[in-house]
Design a protein around this ligand. Structure first.
Ligand code: TZP
Ligand code: MG
Length: 221
C-alpha cells in the first residue's frame, strides 16, 4: 500500500512547465520534433495527448517518445489510455472525470502515476480520497484547444487547491504569456500551456521566456 502522505508524483510540485503534445497545433512539426525541442529546453514532464490518430499511430509515436524522454530523464505520461501507457512503458496516465473510474485504472496500471483532471473542490477532494497521484486544475481560463471543455473554473479554484489539497497539481487551460504570472503567483509550481508552446515558431526561446515569467529555476542538462 502506498504511503498516503506522499504521492508518486511529488516531483511535479516544482516541475515548472508541463509539456503536452498537440500535433494539429504544432505548425506542421511532428510530435517527436516538438518533444525533442521541449526536452532540449529543459521540460521534464511530457504528456502525450492525441485525439485524432489511430491506436497504431499513437503507439508508434509513443514508442519513440518513450525512448526520448527516458534518455532525457523525463517523466512520460499518456492522456486517457491506460492500455497505451502499459504498451509503451510510460510512467503514467492522465485521466478525466468521464474516463474509467480511477480504481479501475489503478488495477490496470499498478504503480504507475495516475493524474486526474478536476474542475471543482468536490472533485479535488474526491481525487485525494480515491488515490490520484496528482490532479489537473482547470481550465483556468477560456481555451479552444480542448473540444469538450467545461467553463473556465477561474483562479479561485486554483487558490482553493493551493490552500486545501495536499496533492501535487498542474494548472492548465487558457494559460498564455500574458496571464502566466497570475497563475505562478498563486503558488502553482507546475503549469501547462499547450497552444502557447507547441504553436510558437521558436520553442526554445518561448520556453525560456515563459520560465523567466514563472521565476522558476530549473536544471538544464
Ligand atoms: N485540459 C484542460 S484545458 C486543456 C486540457 C488538455 C487544454 C489546454 O490548452 P491551452 O492551449 O493551454 O489552453
Ligand atoms: Mg481525457
Amino acid at each position: 500500500m502506498q504511503d498516503k502522505t506522499r504521492s508518486r508524483a511529488e516531483f511535479l510540485r516544482n516541475a515548472g512547465l508541463y509539456g503536452i503534445t498537440a500535433e494539429a497545433l504544432s505548425g506542421g512539426r511532428s510530435n517527436p520534433e516538438v518533444v525533442r525541442q521541449m526536452l532540449a529546453a529543459g521540460i521534464r514532464v511530457i504528456q502525450y495527448r492525441e485525439k485524432k490518430k489511430s491506436g497504431r499511430e499513437k503507439y508508434e509515436q509513443c514508442r519513440v517518445l518513450r525512448e526520448m524522454t527516458a534518455r532525457a530523464g523525463a517523466c512520460f505520461l499518456i492522456d486517457d489510455d491506460p492500455a497505451l501507457a502499459l504498451a509503451c512503458n510510460a510512467d503514467g496516465v492522465h485521466i478525466g472525470q468521464d474516463d474509467l473510474p480511477i480504481e479501475q485504472v489503478r488495477q490496470m496500471v499498478g504503480d504507475k502515476i495516475i493524474g486526474l483532471s478536476t474542475h471543482s473542490p468536490r472533485q479535488a477532494q474526491d481525487a485525494v480520497r480515491r488515490g490520484a497521484d496528482y490532479i489537473g486544475v482547470g481550465p483556468l481560463f477560456e481555451t479552444h484547444t480542448k473540444a469538450d471543455v467545461c467553463a473556465p473554473v477561474g483562479l479561485a479554484y486554483l487558490e482553493y487547491v493551493v490552500r486545501e489539497i495536499p496533492l501535487p497539481f498542474v494548472a492548465i487551460g487558457g494559460i498564455k504569456e500574458a496571464n502566466l504570472a497570475q497563475v505562478a503567483r498563486r503558488g502553482a509550481g507546475c503549469i501547462c500551456l499547450v497552444s502557447e508552446i507547441v504553436g510558437s515558431a521558436d520553442l526554445s526561446e518561448k520556453i525560456r521566456h515563459l520560465r523567466s515569467l514563472m521565476h522558476i529555476s530549473y536544471r538544464a542538462l
